[in-house]
Design a binder for this molecule. Structure first.
Ligand code: URA
Length: 185
């Protein structure tokens, strides 16, 4: 994994300059691999996926499902923080990953999955679902909470935990999905 990370970082530097690459984190050969969209500001600062607010969401998630962070491998589709400058404050704010970032990082994500060889991949949100399945027509509103088997991979899609915070109905569905995941595990 170290060689993989080093190569990805070098190539990323060539293409995107000095933006910090936030590597996947956790036990290689973990049975469960969690895949989010991209690091945010706190992840970029600490150099670890799902820390800060997103990390708190993740801890709740792990507690419900009955897992420890040390038991799983956590990564993102895009490994740089996608940002733009806010016209109001001129400070960096998050934005969705763009074409260039996706084209660069998606092949690395698939190599990373090959290295970790998880028994189950849990995708968080639309980006992770589409780019793990490599199916642009897959949408989270339809696929969430259902186990998908494709090309020898088992994939369990969930809504992104950050997207359920302000939507109570979605929050209920998300909890039901977490309990389904717990049963599968
Ligand atoms: N932090 C991450 O590392 N990934 C996400 O998808 C969201 C927050």
């Amino acid at each position: 994994m170290e060689r993989f990370n080093r190569e990805m970082e070098e190539e990323s530097r060539r293409k995107f300059g000095s933006r910090r690459v936030v590597f996947g984190d956790g036990r290689i050969n973990a049975e469960i691999m969690l895949i989010g969209e991209a690091p945010g500001g706190e992840e970029e600062k600490q150099g670890r996926p799902f820390v800060g607010k997103a990390g708190k969401n993740l801890d709740e998630f792990l507690e419900i499902v009955g897992l420890d962070r040390e038991d799983i491998y956590i990564s993102n589709v895009v490994k740089l923080r996608p940002f733009k400058l806010s016209p109001k404050t001129n400070k960096p704010v998050n934005r969705p990953p763009d074409r260039e970032e996706l084209d660069f990082f998606v092949p690395y994500l698939h190599r990373e999955i090959e290295l970790v060889k998880p028994k189950l991949i849990v995708t968080l949100g639309n980006f992770a679902l589409k780019y793990v399945l490599m199916d642009k027509s897959a949408v989270i509103g339809v696929c969430h909470g259902k186990l998908i088997e494709k090309d020898g991979k088992r994939i369990f899609p969930l809504y992104h935990p950050a997207s359920v915070i302000y939507d109570r109905a979605k929050g209920t569905v998300y909890l039901e999905d977490l309990h389904k995941l717990k049963e599968i595990l």
